[in-house]
Write a protein that binds this ligand. Structure first.
Ligand code: NAD
Ligand code: ZN
Length: 379
């Protein structure tokens, strides 16, 4: 038992007080974990675009004051009642979606949409008592997607924690707890390109480049990267992207450009932008008869996907995925093993690193479209 078990921990956390305002490092109180919860010491966290969306709160409703952050790695500090599969000292990745193990989704081989713990961006409290575990002088500070990793300590549901190989370097594998696994799984588990096939990737941020890695691992022969930001193209070559299309360079819709250059369309496409027009293009650029498009980006809450129904009758398939269809507790440890076995490189996704005190720099970099993942070192 750690000396802090069962007690309130005072630590530093980056609090988002209001939409779009720089985070403020505050001293927060973190209550002990309750039934089926664990308290984690976060060692490394990184910034994903989803954090930025909810911080900006332009497109999505958001709850404030809140502790954001969901891509991270840490160590279990203490566990609450009923937790049997985790113990203090375990090396873990917290995940924004969970796996209770008991519901119809968790029992299905096809789904990772756990009824109890699936992503809920509106909930700022823990399920057990509908209260947050964070406070400042008794005033509540709310959670984000069940993880809130921009804090030295956080409390998460045990079903949202993947126990990983203790030899895995946490400053690297933290990026596997969201973006990289999401992109990789979107290709390997959902799009499932065949060897020698063509794959279009929309959006060449970390998620899209991980999707491109998946295409490379699956043996795709053409990987077409689509992005509005030309500075992404040079970087993307290191991720197996073989061709580039910038929609801004063409007068006709990008899907038409792709259909023309691929003899009727790509075999698979994976959308990793969050932009609804890119989603439509990603669907309309797949080949009839067998093409499959997979949506990964988180859209504006009012966005509507519009396409002529004939596109479906002509035997194109549209799918979407959260977390690349990986079940967090069952599947994530094996993604970490892919890295440990050198099948998957994660270093090339990590372009920046900042100490926790400079967390706002990570936001600035993402807003400028610079780099892929910025690691935030907690100590
Ligand atoms: P990012 O900002 O690093 O990358 C997005 C890229 O898309 C940028 O390079 C941008 O220039 C490009 N882009 C934007 N609009 C475009 C358009 N219309 N056409 C072509 N390119 C366009 O973001 P990221 O961290 O890689 O995340 C990508 C998306 O995936 C985000 O929407 C994020 O919220 C979402 N996401 C979803 C899941 C999931 O489980 N479904 C998990 C993690 C992230
Ligand atoms: Zn479940």
């Amino acid at each position: 038992m750690s000396s802090t078990a069962g007690q309130v921990i005072k630590c530093k956390a980056a609090v988002a007080w209001e939409a779009g305002k720089p985070l403020v490092i505050e001293e927060v109180e973190v209550a002990p974990p309750q039934k089926m919860e664990v308290r984690l010491k976060i060692l490394f966290t990184s910034l994903c675009h989803t954090d930025v969306y909810f911080w900006e709160a332009k497109a999505q409703d958001s709850v404030f004051p809140r502790i954001l952050g969901h891509e991270a790695a840490g160590i279990v500090e203490s566990v609450g009642e009923g937790v049997t599969e985790l113990m203090p000292g375990d090396h873990v990745l917290p995940v924004f979606t969970g796996e209770c193990g008991d519901c119809a989704h968790c029992k299905s081989e096809e789904s990772n949409m756990c009824s109890l713990l699936r992503i809920n961006t509106d909930r700022g409290v823990m399920i057990n008592d509908e209260k947050p575990r964070f406070s400042i002088n008794g005033k509540p500070i709310y959670h984000f997607v069940g993880t809130s990793t921009f804090s030295e300590y956080t409390v998460v549901h045990a079903g949202c924690v993947a126990k990983i190989n203790p030899l895995a370097p946490l400053d690297k594998v933290c990026v596997l707890s969201c973006g990289i696994s999401t992109g990789l799984g979107a290709t390997l588990n959902v799009a499932k390109p065949k060897k020698g096939s063509s794959v279009a990737i929309f959006g060449l941020g970390a998620v899209g480049l991980a999707a491109a890695e998946g295409a490379r691992l699956a043996g795709a022969s053409r990987v077409i990267g689509v992005d509005l930001n030309p500075s992404r193209f040079e970087e993307a070559k290191r991720f197996g992207v073989t061709e580039f299309v910038n929609p801004k360079d063409h007068s006709k819709p990008v899907q038409e450009v792709i259909v023309e250059t691929t003899d009727g369309g790509v075999d698979r496409s994976v959308e990793c932008t969050g932009n609804v027009d890119a989603m439509i293009s990603a669907f309309e650029c797949v080949h009839d008869g067998w093409g499959v498009a997979v949506l990964v980006g988180v859209p504006h809450k009012d966005a509507v996907f519009k396409t002529p129904p004939m596109n479906f009758l002509n035997e194109r398939t549209l799918k979407g995925t959260f977390f690349g269809n990986y079940k967090p507790r069952s599947d994530l440890p094996s993604v970490v093993e892919m890295y440990m076995n050198k099948e998957l490189e994660v270093e090339k996704f990590i372009t920046h690193e900042v100490p926790f005190a400079e967390i706002n720099k990570a936001f600035e970099l993402m807003l400028k479209g610079e780099g892929l993942r910025c690691i935030i070192r907690m100590e």
